[in-house]
Design a protein around this ligand. Structure first.
Ligand SMILES: [Cu+2]
Length: 289
């Protein structure tokens, strides 16, 4: 108990530090709706969401109107006797058929949109990025100079091997990591989504994208193509622990040339680092003797 009490000020300071370190970006326009979609498939989701929204409004207005009309029309008054209804087969038929048809339509429509956006063919020049979530942040891995991501395996993940990289796979030797998601505009990005600890969620409203990252699984169906450059944030939308509110990563959508420049710089840095390590090894070996 005493130990906990001693720890208390530290916990408070940590929490306050966390809060002040996380100033949310203030939204100025479009406060009551989702931010504009900037992915090629985003419109399909918007049409569906708008349809459900307006349908809900229409049903709400219709049912509330009937409710109010009946309240007034059949209110208790002297000289009016209550009428007991024993059901109406025609009415029951229609109020079963219409909602069933609406729900079936939404289910099939939603399923088709989901299929289109997740199961479509991924172009061969798509960029594959390994995104690993953890309490409380995101680790990203790019393929490096050979444009081939080294094999990553959830079974091999540990604190030392954050991406579960296979040390035998030569394709992984030049992979580089990043703390921000940098992508070129107009190119398809395929995400390999994983989690090291608890369930997190990769959520980018402007991409119309929301996918849980589940420990022990590699989710391969997340892919998107952006239509605009700009800066955004990845948010985690699963309450994953005490630092959940601060779980974010920057997204930078760059023109292709700028992206290639960034990519070349990152690849070169990792190659130089590898070379240094290789040169250092014999030295270490001789000093050990
Ligand atoms: Cu999280």
């Amino acid at each position: 108990m005493k130990f906990l009490l001693r720890l208390f000020p530290l916990i408070i300071v940590t929490l306050l530090g966390g809060i002040t370190n996380a100033p949310a970006e203030e939204r100025t326009g479009n406060l009551y709706w989702a931010p504009p979609s900037i992915t090629t498939g985003g419109d399909q989701i918007d049409v569906l969401i708008n349809f459900i929204f307006w349908l809900t409004i229409a049903v709400f207005v219709a049912t509330q109107t009937v409710y109010i009309v009946y309240l007034v029309k059949y209110r208790r008054r002297p000289g009016h006797k209550a009428h007991y209804s024993h059901g109406n087969n025609t009415l029951e038929f229609w109020w079963t058929i219409i909602p069933t048809a609406i729900f079936l339509t939404l289910a099939i429509w939603g399923n088709r949109v989901w299929h289109d956006l997740t199961q479509g063919e991924i172009p061969p020049d798509a960029i594959t990025i390994d995104i690993v979530s953890y309490q409380f942040g995101w680790d990203l891995r790019y393929a490096g100079a050979d444009r081939q991501l080294g094999r990553g395996d959830v079974e091999r993940m540990s604190l030392e091997n954050k991406y579960g990289v296979d040390p035998e796979d030569p394709a992984g030797k030049d992979d580089f990591t990043s703390t921000e998601l940098v992508i070129p505009v107009g190119k398809t990005v395929q995400v390999l989504l994983r989690s090291r600890d608890v369930i997190h969620s990769f959520y980018v409203p402007a991409f119309r994208l929301y996918q849980d990252a589940v420990p022990g699984r590699t989710i391969k169906w997340v892919n998107f193509t952006t239509t605009k450059t700009g800066e955004l944030e990845i948010a985690c939308s699963q309450l994953c622990g005490t630092g959940h509110y601060n779980m974010k990563a920057k997204i930078r959508i760059l023109p292709v040339e700028e992206y290639e420049e960034w990519y070349a710089k990152k690849s070169a840095a990792v190659l130089a680092q590898r070379e240094d390590e290789m040169n250092a090894e014999p030295l270490l070996a001789s000093s050990a003797l």
